[in-house]
Design a protein around this ligand. Structure first.
Ligand code: UD2
Ligand code: MN
Length: 589
């Protein structure tokens, strides 16, 4: 009995020991194979990826999601690069030439990984096997070496290569030495024929540079990028898919944010493109009604306007609808013009949530612009307004007085395109595509500068944001931050911001809040050259005094105080009378 017990114990022990040995062996194997996928190995494999593109295409399972996880180093996974001491000082000096921190950019690998910020549902989407290929066109003027090539590497590493016809780099007459032969050599050695460089003989600006790129492209689809982007995993396929389904679609990726100082990659919120009456592009919240219509968060978002730099389009459709207005110069306005054209002429513009691309949003333009950036932007915007906005262009001119009476060149050809394509008018666009844009004469009693005549101070956003006090500033007649409206809903409004009074106390300033259209704290009454009375509190808007730090303040109403009298630059016909006939009610306080 005792012996049998001993034997069982021995057997048990040997099973345990053998299992442990096996376990250890398996662990060693796993650890070893993991090492093979580590950063070093990744680096080599990755070089193989574009050294021998043909071989990679066979096994094109878009492994970037997996391999990116194993990378480490400065800026990897979109982490910020923080500089100290001498490096920090050096970095700050590079802003003048680049409008971003070139020292930080140079430290980061050309092939750094980015966080996979796509919605989790994106991975389960299955796309057609028959998708056409795309040519990616990247235009640049004096772009920095590291940001330009990081853009290209990201496209090579994170696109399905069988969908990537080619990458075309268009040099818009840069004068940086490194962007000439050195760039040609780099591209030749690293990307073979997959990437081409073409050059303009003179500075043409981004509009004509993109057109040159498009004319050399052979893919069925064109995908445009700025020269300081980092595309995210599988960004291209969802864009092509939308165009494959309907060739009259222009598909834009979600534009994520790369910080110009630290190069941190962060996901941007779900927004869509719009603009104000000055034709400045703006990001807007997606209206609730559109959110409710969507079946899932990864469904494309219809967008009234595009930011401009990052979009995909069917090449022949792009030609068919008149590509770009070649009468536009250097920078600005072409995105709004294309947005109007695509919608008014029967196409669709959308943002595709499963496609994401990071872009360095710069605060200034580091390059010189012949004629000045403001001048060319105004010139281009006038052309867009004249061709597409019909009678509504008066609101553009009223918001941008610098555009009034300026020559804008010949637009005959563009007007003919509009006729040839039988495009709809701007009223249709406003009603069907962008009903959220407040149209002054339809949605408002009064519009323009809101002036306190006694002081010549005007209501001014002072570039403030949500929740901050509404300001006043000397009237400048330049539109922009001094354009307000008194809407038919009783709002005092600047774009999507409404004057709101939640602390109903004398001396408190009104603040900017998102307009909700429900009255309440955003409901006012105004008579021409009279007071602006807040309905819920019974207090009136006062221009304030120096001690109010340039803020408006709420006061007890008195039409005898000239600090409470306001005059909009425009009262719409018929409306002023209606307002006046109710005057008694307004002054009953
Ligand atoms: C935004 C767009 C940009 C363009 C612009 C309006 C995004 C992310 N960016 O401004 O693509 O639509 O609005 O016009 O939506 N470039 C040239 N030649 C020039 C000037 C610029 O090739 O004379 C290149 C430049 O190197 C860059 C691209 O054009 O790749 C756009 O210029 P940007 O980055 O200064 O414009 P951005 O992003 O402020
Ligand atoms: Mn840009």
């Amino acid at each position: 009995m005792g012996n049998a017990k001993m034997a069982t114990k021995k057997l048990f022990m040997s099973v345990v020991v053998t299992s442990l040995v096996w376990f250890a062996l398996v662990m060693v194997y796993i650890l070893n194979s993991n090492k093979k996928n580590g950063p070093e190995q990744f680096g080599r494999r990755n070089i193989g990826r574009y050294r021998d593109l043909a071989a990679v295409i066979v096994d094109d399972d878009l492994s970037s999601v997996g391999t990116d996880r194993h990378r480490f180093g400065p800026g990897e996974n979109g982490q910020p690069v923080l500089l100290y001491g001498e490096q920090r000082r050096k970095g700050e000096k590079t802003f003048d030439a680049n409008a971003f921190n070139l020292v930080a950019s140079d430290i980061i690998s050309m092939e750094r990984s980015v966080p996979d910020v796509r919605h989790s549902l994106c991975d389960s989407v299955r796309y057609s096997k028959n998708l056409p290929t795309a040519s990616v066109v990247i235009i640049f003027h004096n772009e920095a070496w590291s940001t330009l090539l990081r853009t290209v590497h990201s496209v090579i590493n994170r696109s399905k290569l069988k969908l990537l016809q080619e990458v075309i780099l268009v040099d818009d007459y840069s004068d940086k030495g490194e962007l000439k032969e050195q760039l040609d050599d780099y591209v030749e050695t690293n990307f073979h024929n997959k990437v081409k460089v073409i050059r303009l003989e003179k500075r043409e600006g981004l509009i004509r540079a993109r057109l040159l790129g498009a004319s050399k492209a052979s893919g069925k689809i064109l995908a445009f990028l700025d020269s300081h982007c980092e595309v995210n995993h599988n960004w291209l396929e969802p864009l092509i898919d939308r165009i494959y389904r309907d060739s009259s679609t222009i598909a834009c990726p979600v534009i994520d944010i790369i910080d110009p100082n630290t190069f941190e990659y962060s996901a941007s919120p779900s927004v869509r493109g719009g603009f104000n009456w000055g034709l400045h592009f703006k990001w807007n919240n997606i209206p609730q009604s559109d959110i409710l219509k969507r079946n899932s968060e990864i469904e494309p978002i219809r967008s009234p306007a595009m930011a401009g730099g990052l979009f995909a389009v069917d090449r022949s459709y792009f030609e068919h609808i008149g590509s770009y207005d070649t009468g536009m110069e250097i920078w600005g306005g072409e995105n709004i013009e294309l947005s109007f054209r695509i919608w008014q002429c029967g196409g669709t513009l959308e943002i595709v949530p499963c496609s994401r691309v990071g872009h360095i949003f710069r605060k200034t333009h580091p390059y010189s612009v012949p004629g000045g950036i403001d001048q060319v932007f105004t010139h281009n915007s006038i052309r867009a307004a004249e061709v597409w906005m019909d009678e509504y262009k008066r609101f553009f001119y009223a918001t941008r007085p610098d555009a009034q009476g300026r020559a804008f060149g010949d637009i005959t050809e563009r007007v003919q395109i509009r006729k040839r394509l039988g495009c709809k008018n701007f009223k249709w666009y406003l009603e069907n595509v962008f009903p959220e844009l407040s149209v002054p004469n339809e949605n408002a009693h009064a519009w323009g500068e809101c002036r306190n005549p006694a002081s010549n101070l005007c209501m001014d956003t002072l570039m403030r944001e949500q929740g901050q006090p509404v300001g006043v500033y000397t009237c400048h007649g330049g539109g922009g931050n001094q354009v307000f409206s008194y809407t038919k809903l009783g709002e005092i409004r600047h774009e999507e911001w409404c004057l709101d009074v939640s602390r109903k106390k004398v001396g408190e300033p009104p603040t900017f809040e998102q307009c909700h259209g429900l009255g309440g704290n955003q409901m006012w009454k105004h008579t021409q050259n009279g007071v602006i009375k807040h309905q819920a509190s019974g207090l009136c808007l006062d221009r304030g005094s120096a001690i109010d730090n340039g803020n408006l303040r709420m006061s007890h109403c008195s039409s005898r105080k000239d600090s409470q009298l306001w005059q909009f630059s425009q009262y719409f016909e018929g409306e002023a009378d209606v307002i006046r006939s109710n005057e008694e009610e307004y002054f009953a306080f």
